[in-house]
Design a protein around this ligand. Structure first.
Ligand code: AMP
Ligand code: MG
Length: 329
C-alpha cells in the first residue's frame, strides 16, 4: 500500500472521510501527538488500528470528537465538576474517562465499561472530525512501544506502507500525550499526566488525585503498564544531581566507539560545554514540545542518548518525567 502525506485541504479531508467511511485508518494530527484514526462505530476499522500498531489488545483507545459533538450520546456525565472542566479545558489536551453507554464498538474499549473522550483543539483535526461527524478512536500513530510521532514524517517512518493517508498538520504544538483524567468518581483522578496539570485541575475543581495504578484501582489506565516511547538506540537516564556521572558515562561510551548525545534542558546544556547535545529548550512547555522530536532525531544520529531528568515533578514536569522515565529509564 502506498502511504500519501497530504496537507489539510478540502480535497484531502474528503479523501480522509472516504477512507474512514470505508472502515480504513489514517494518520491524523492533533495538538498533542499524531493519532492513528479509525471509526469508533466500526469493529473492522478498530481491529486495523491494533493490527497496524501491534498494540496489545487490552489497551483501550481514546475517542476523539469535534467540539460540537453531543457527549451524552456516548457516555454518562455523572458529576457537575465535569462541566467546569469541559468549559475550561475543552477543546484541548485533556481526556476524560466516563462511564460508557456502550455505543462505541467493544474492541475500542477492550470490553470495559468506561470510555475515554477528547476534543482536540488542533484546527485541522477539528475540521477532519467535523467532516466525518463520527466518534474517531485513535491511539498515537507509532508502532507499539516506539516514541510517539509529533510530525507527519514521524508517522511515515513507522507506518509507511501500512496506511493509505497521513494528514499533515505540522509539528504538534503540545508534544506529549493528553492528560487522562478519570471523572467517574467524586474527585477527579489523573491516570496519565500531561499538559493539563494537577494544579490546573485543582484550580477549577478544588481537588484532584493521582492514580497509583494499583491492581485494586477501580478505573486503571491499562496503557501505563506497558514499555513505552522507546527510541531505537541505547538510552540512559541521570538525575540533575548526577551531571558528573553522566559526563563519565558519555566519555566511556565514546571510548568504546559509540556516538553519544546528551538530551537535556537548555539550563543543563551549559554544563555539557562541547559535548553533543539534544537541547530540549527552556520552559516546561517548550521541553514537552521538543521531547519526542529530539528522541526521534537522537535515535537517527546517536548510539546512546544520555537523558537528564527535570529538576522536579511539579506541573508539566510530571508528564515530562513520566515520558522520560519510560523512554530512557
Ligand atoms: P495512546 O493513545 O496510545 O496515548 O494511549 C491512550 C491512553 O489512554 C492509554 O494509556 C490507555 O490505557 C488510556 N485509556 C484509553 N481508554 C481508557 C479508559 N476507558 N480507561 C482508562 N484509560 C484509558
Ligand atoms: Mg501511545
Amino acid at each position: 500500500m502506498q502511504t500519501l502525506i497530504e496537507k489539510i485541504t478540502p480535497e484531502s479531508l474528503e479523501k480522509a472521510k472516504r477512507i474512514i467511511l470505508d472502515n480504513g485508518v489514517i494518520g491524523m494530527p492533533t495538538e498533542t501527538v499524531y493519532g492513528l484514526a479509525g471509526n469508533g462505530f466500526s469493529a473492522e476499522s478498530v481491529k486495523k488500528i491494533y493490527q497496524v500498531k501491534g498494540r496489545p489488545s487490552d489497551n483501550p483507545l481514546i475517542c476523539h470528537v469535534h467540539s460540537g459533538y453531543d457527549l451524552n450520546s456516548l457516555v454518562y456525565i455523572e458529576h457537575d465538576y465535569v462541566y467546569d472542566l469541559m468549559k475550561k479545558f475543552m477543546p484541548g489536551p485533556l481526556t476524560l474517562v466516563f462511564r460508557s453507554k456502550g455505543v462505541i464498538v467493544k474492541e475500542a474499549t477492550c470490553g470495559g465499561d468506561t470510555l475515554a473522550i477528547r476534543m482536540p483543539s488542533h484546527e485541522g483535526c477539528q475540521r477532519f472530525l467535523e467532516s466525518v461527524n463520527l466518534p474517531i478512536v485513535a491511539p498515537s500513530a507509532n508502532l507499539s512501544k516506539h516514541t510517539s510521532p509529533v510530525k507527519a514524517e514521524h508517522v511515515y517512518q513507522d507506518l509507511n506502507g501500512k496506511i493509505p493517508l497521513i494528514l499533515d498538520g505540522g509539528k504538534c504544538s503540545g508534544g506529549i500525550e493528553s492528560t487522562v483524567l478519570d471523572v467517574t468518581g467524586e474527585i477527579p483522578r489523573i491516570l496519565r499526566a500531561g499538559l493539563v496539570t494537577q494544579e490546573m485541575i485543582v484550580a477549577v475543581v478544588g481537588g484532584c488525585e493521582i492514580a497509583e495504578h494499583k491492581e485494586t484501582d477501580k478505573v486503571r489506565s491499562p496503557g501505563v503498564k506497558y514499555s513505552h516511547y522507546k527510541p531505537r538506540c541505547e538510552t540512559k537516564l541521570f538525575s540533575v544531581s548526577q551531571i558528573d556521572q553522566a559526563k563519565k558515562f558519555y566519555l566511556e561510551s565514546e571510548e568504546t566507539g559509540k556516538k553519544a548525545y546528551v538530551m537535556c534542558s537548555n539550563a543543563v546544556a551549559k554544563e555539557f560545554g562541547a559535548f553533543n547535545v539534544l537541547n530540549l529548550g527552556d520552559t516546561e512547555e517548550e521541553i514537552a514540545f521538543n521531547l519526542y522530536d529530539k528522541l526521534l532525531e537522537g535515535e537517527k544520529k546517536a548510539d546512546v542518548i544520555i537523558a537528564i531528568s527535570m529538576p522536579d515533578e511539579k506541573g508539566v514536569n510530571m508528564g515530562i518525567m513520566n515520558r522520560l522515565t519510560k523512554s530512557c529509564g
